[in-house]
Design a protein. Structure first.
Length: 426
């Protein structure tokens, strides 16, 4: 059975089919061959998988991200960040990192963050003499923080699949997100000082206040989203809907870079992206249901017992596994494929699911900048019109930093769990 599973799944991947069809076809083949359930149950499972209120947060966050990208938000965030940090060594590169952190706190998507900031930051860095591989690598890596810093689409999806509190997951992502940004800025400053990049004159107070005022409407979105959630006024889904509404209003009436006639087309583009995510979720849940029915998670638990694996040893194996498959699959697919197998083992070994969610997301951040399927590498290469090899070379130091963060998050659970245990104890 396992051999057939790998042959079907691997064969379809090698044929170049989109992952949504790979998951769906594999699930139907395995159900037809090995399950007592009729194959006609597949549409019912797909329909029921979407019948969950928290899942509605995903399309709303995607709409918010689309309007933030098209509405000029990234431009004003970069201008504000530039006033505060451009005088540092590697100032423009640091601006890119800070801008990605700010934009990540709005949209929840790594690809959207890389695209929005990269379209402005990469040409600006190249104009001021930064090497193109360095510029593209900085933004490709910084964009990955979009799935760590709350609100995060990846953490929303993990919370739904693991039946874990999404607000607790958001709180757990704060410290790793800040650590990641700090490590990136430290390396950029050291490397830039060594190479002589940056060190521009510091912005005047008048210039700083003007840029901050322009960016204030964009800064308001994280406070609206997270403030609403943690004050108990709104749920995660309601906060996402509020964020989408505010993003549309800011784009239309504050920055005025979106015309009223463009609202429907931009919303349509967002719905296409959200629809594909939902379609992947449907087929992956069918696949996960078959895996559970086939007893694969139970066998994995039995194996862990036989091998007498400690929680730490299990997490080491999982990190290696996630890093390997991260080279070939994208974030949503990896989470949907692996979680039905791994979650029962977490319960048996006593591993906190919030802690494991952050471990998984850190691994996915590294996956976004590792070839051959690192999405951020392709996005930034397209934005900069640069060969993929240059972007890979520029992102390599950040992959090493990612390994360091994986080690910290894995071996120091309280680093992630301190905030959620303090503010939202179970």
């Amino acid at each position: 059975m396992i051999l057939i599973l790998f042959l079907v799944f691997g064969g379809l991947l090698c044929l170049g089919l989109p992952i949504v069809f790979v998951l769906g076809i594999t699930a139907m083949v395995m159900i037809a061959l090995y399950s007592p359930s009729p194959i006609t149950m597949v549409p019912e499972v797909m329909y029921n998988s979407l019948d969950t209120f928290p899942l509605m947060a995903i399309p709303f966050f995607v709409i918010a991200a689309q309007f933030m990208i098209r509405g000029g938000t990234s431009k004003y965030l970069i201008q504000a960040a530039d006033c505060y940090v451009r005088h540092l060594w590697g100032g423009l590169a640091v601006v890119a990192v800070v801008s990605c952190m700010l934009f990540a706190a709005i949209c929840g998507s790594s690809v959207a963050t890389a695209l929005a900031i990269g379209a402005i930051a990469v040409p600006a860095m190249m104009q001021y003499g930064y090497p193109r591989p360095f510029a593209t690598g900085v933004v490709a890596a910084s964009g990955t923080m979009g799935i760590m810093i709350p609100p995060s689409l990846a953490l929303v999806l993990y919370g739904i699949l693991a039946e874990e509190s999404i607000p607790r997951l958001f709180l757990a992502g704060v410290a790793p997100g800040l650590l990641e940004g700090g490590l990136y800025i430290s390396w950029i400053s050291w490397y830039s000082r060594r190479k002589g990049f940056g060190g521009a004159p510091q912005a005047t107070w008048a210039e700083t206040l003007r840029a901050t005022g322009k960016a204030t409407p964009a800064f308001s979105l994280p406070f609206i989203i997270l403030g609403g959630i943690y004050s108990g006024i709104v749920t995660v889904t309601e906060a996402a809907a509020t964020a989408a509404t505010v993003a549309i209003l800011i784009s239309l009436f504050v920055y005025r870079e979106v015309k009223p006639g463009e609202v429907i087309s931009i919303t349509g583009d967002a719905m296409k992206s959200a629809g594909m995510i939902m379609f992947i979720i449907c087929t992956a849940i069918v696949f996960g249901n078959w895996i559970t029915e086939a007893g694969i998670p139970a066998r994995l638990v039995s194996l862990a017992v036989e091998l007498r694996l400690s929680p730490l040893m299990f997490l080491i194996f999982v990190n290696i596994f996630l890093l390997m498959i991260g080279c070939f699959l994208e974030v949503v697919s990896i989470m949907l494929i692996t979680l039905p197998i791994i979650l029962p083992v977490l319960k048996h070994l006593g591993i906190d699911r919030v802690h494991f969610g952050i471990i998984m997301v850190v691994n996915m951040e590294v996956a976004l900048i590792t070839p051959p399927v690192g999405l951020n590498l392709f996005v930034i290469s397209g934005v900069a019109k640069a060969p993929l090899s240059e972007t890979i070379r520029g992102a390599f130091p950040f992959v090493i930093i990612g390994f360091i963060e994986i080690a910290i998050v894995t071996y120091w659970p309280q680093f992630c769990l301190f905030l959620p245990n303090l503010l939202m104890p179970r």
